[in-house]
Write a protein that binds this ligand. Sequence first.
Ligand code: AMP
Length: 468
Amino acid sequence: MIESHHWNEECGVFGIVGHPRAAELTYLGLYALQHRGQEGAGIATFDGQRYHEHKRLGLVSDIFDPGTLGRLEGSSAVGHTRYSTTGSTVLPNVQPLVANLHHQAVALAHNGNIVDARMVRAGLEDGGAIFQTSMDSEVVLHLMARSRHRETERRLADALDRIHGAHSLVLLAGDTLFAAKDPKGIRPLCIGELDKGGWIVASESCALDIVDAGFVRELDPGEIVGLAPGTSPRTVRRAPEGERAACIFEAIYFTRPDSILFGRTTGAARVALGRQLAVEAPAPGADVVISVPDSSNAAAQGYSQESGVPLGHGLIRNHYVGRTFIKPSQGIRDLSARIKYNPVRDVVRDRSVVVVDDSIVRGTTVRKLVAMVRSAGAREVHFRVSSSPIVGPCYYGIDTPDERELIGARNTIDEIEKIVSADTLRYLSIEGMKKAVGNGSGFCTACFDRDYPVPVAERLDKAILEKS
Ligand code: AMP
């Protein structure tokens, strides 16, 4: 019996067909996607006869070496880098998942949360299915195995029709790579092209750049595409009509700024968010704008451009510290915030400082930063956030804590301003966020307004999902 189900994952996926060094390119792709998951990673290749796989817990750079990559033979591969909530760090939960379906062997890598996976799994188990992992992704393979269709692509479409939530996935079946997004298009996924007829699918376009692949396009919501070496991408299923809900938080925080999302780099989107923030929440009399590196660098730049207040590098980040967010206890989290950032005294001393961050989750970082910047000599500290207050957990694959731990869910903005001891604290409006990130519609903003685009069964809150 597997101890617990941890459905909550942020991940990076990568798939490639038609390249003699598929494993090496996948390794590089995962390297570029490391920010999407640091818990474990794996690669599965297909050599025309059989699959080879290697997966471990840890960072991509620690998991693979020339020896392991050399053993991963074949010209097609899928790779995965994983991030989940604390406690589920076990090897069986590292992807890709390789399975011998009776009609064909396949390898699957998935990003996103299937919100009804528990119920679907219970139904499958009642029918005799035996699960090997505690990952939601595994239900896709079981549903494919049970599909009455003959072709892999129809089986995949059939399986995806039976689940709900977020899935951006790659499925390798022989020398064909399938890429699929859920009907709302919640998580990102894009297609790239190699010389000599090879194809790549990746969570973010930064994984295409690292292997010199050309960016073709982002996948449309609900679309399934088949990619085989030397032939054009084949649409298995077109994007259905209906409301789209791409995760806006990917653009605000999660995606790398050099990746293309919603038609432009997220770096450009973040500059626009910062500009909009300066319009909505000016800080009269400010002397300098500083960012909370690295994720809010572009937003701070935008704030500075729009307001005319000069940008300074007022906080230095220690890159050898893990993200504070994922540490298990509050005590350690506080310590991490202190060791992660250090103010540059000459930039902030005797000045009225605008600190721009992209988001406030529990409020740990903002509290520490305000105190730090003040003790480094700032005259005034004005905190500006290039997103709205986070008021609800994400059920679709971003690691946000329980509502009780979200400072924005329990307090008004004025209260937060007092709690963190900022001279002023302001957020961006939801409308402002939508306007800055794109055309203003088609986004999932559930963590900011609790308007969940895919219904989540009431009893399937995050805590319940993590038990059983
Ligand atoms: P907190 O300290 O809990 O308020 O978290 C806010 C800080 O964490 C901000 O500086 C964000 O850039 C960053 N952040 C926001 N969301 C996440 C996430 N899902 N994982 C890791 N860090 C995050």
